[in-house]
Design a protein around this ligand. Structure first.
Ligand SMILES: Nc1nc2c(ncn2[C@@H]2O[C@H](COP(=O)(O)OP(=O)(O)OP(=O)(O)O)[C@@H](O)[C@H]2O)c(=O)[nH]1
Ligand SMILES: [Mg+2]
Length: 329
């Protein structure tokens, strides 16, 4: 199970420890002065980006976390121990939203990036701290302050340069496996891919790299939750470039021209700004007999540049690689 969204995670930073009220009591020291120490600070809730964590499944099963409270101060001027921070390791690309108002409050974009999401309370003062020339025996202390708390939604949004969008079976995973180091499952049935795969495409000199995200298939009506719905489109929000992959073979009586307009309309329903991204339209499966006729109709209808490829016959792939580097870098 790949979990890319967990709602209502309750988080509490630790409370500050109370200050201590205490006086020195020693033999032969009849009026020992105040010696109550300060309380320790409460632990923070800290988020850390971790490239080895791939999804949010851990939080689905444990949607709450609490940092440790600070220890109260003690006699003999002893400072209470600070509460330990609670460190939450999250995948890179995690965006944290405040559940109450939906505002995004933090975003993890790199490995070992650290964000203090909630601050622990401050430790209270012990009576030692209130000693003065006019008050040699203060009985005053302050309590530790509460830690910050809140309820958050964690959403994992893939960070990729290029997103592949298309109907199921268009060949998105096949293309990803050719262009990148990823090895997604490929099969001749729809919805083979159930979560996003990200692969790295390198140029020959290995100097530049482009991250390509293979997005699960979108179908007409996805915005009404048909098929796998639109939940995967959040993964292309951050892509700079979209590759629209169209199955030109028109298998199962599908009309490639209709597929393209359906995909665009689904993206529009999700977020119209997706349509403003750089896009390259790619016709796949041009090795098939039906593709020529379909391609002619497609070009007649849209009058746009179409890159023609066949993943299985290795046609047009080099030109597509170049184009993707050009657009993504
Ligand atoms: N004839 C032909 N078949 C292809 C080509 N590219 C991919 N296929 C086949 O199309 C089928 C679907 O390929 P996938 O890569 O799994 O398609 P997908 O778009 O990832 O599909 P979902 O994960 O279901 O959304 C497989 O049987 C592939 O072998 C091509 O260029 N020509
Ligand atoms: Mg696939």
């Amino acid at each position: 199970m790949f979990v890319d969204e967990v709602k209502n995670i309750r988080l509490n930073a630790g409370k500050g420890g109370d200050g201590c009220l205490s006086f020195r009591r020693e033999k032969f020291v009849p009026k020992g002065g105040p010696n109550g120490g300060d309380g320790g600070d409460g632990g923070d809730i800290v988020l850390v980006g971790d490239a080895n964590v791939s999804d949010l499944v851990e939080y689905r099963f444990k949607p709450h976390a609490h940092a440790k409270n600070g220890q109260p101060g003690m006699g003999s001027d002893m400072h209470g121990k600070n509460g330990e921070d609670k460190v939450l390791r999250v995948p890179i690309g995690t965006v944290i939203f405040n559940s109450a108002n939906g505002n995004s409050v933090a975003e993890i974009i790199s490995h070992e990036q650290k964000i203090i999401l909630l601050r622990g309370g401050v430790g209270g003062k012990g009576n030692e701290a209130f000693k003065s020339s006019t008050n040699q025996a203060p009985r005053h202390t302050t309590p530790g302050t509460p830690g910050e708390e809140g309820t958050f939604n964690f959403v994992l949004k893939t960070i990729a340069d290029v997103g592949l969008v298309g109907f199921p079976n268009a060949g998105k995973s096949t293309l990803t496996s050719i262009l990148t180091d990823a090895t997604p499952k490929i099969a001749n049935y729809p919805f083979t891919t159930l979560h996003v795969n990200v692969g790295v495409m390198r140029d020959d000199s290995k100097k530049s790299r482009v991250l390509i995200a293979d997005i699960p298939g979108i179908i007409n009506g996805a915005h009404k939750n048909r098929g796998l719905g639109l939940k995967f489109l959040k993964h292309i929000e951050r892509c700079k470039t979209l590759v629209y992959l169209i199955d030109m073979s028109g298998i199962d009586n599908r009309d490639p021209s209709q597929d393209f307009s359906d995909i665009k309309s689904e993206l529009l329903h999700y977020d119209e700004s997706l349509l403003k991204k750089h896009g390259v339209v790619v016709a796949n499966k041009i090795d098939s007999d039906a593709s020529k006729k379909n391609l002619r109709a497609f070009k007649g209808k849209y009058k746009i540049d179409v890159m023609e490829i066949s993943c299985t016959k290795g046609i047009g792939l080099e030109a597509l690689r170049k184009k993707i580097f050009e657009l993504a870098l």
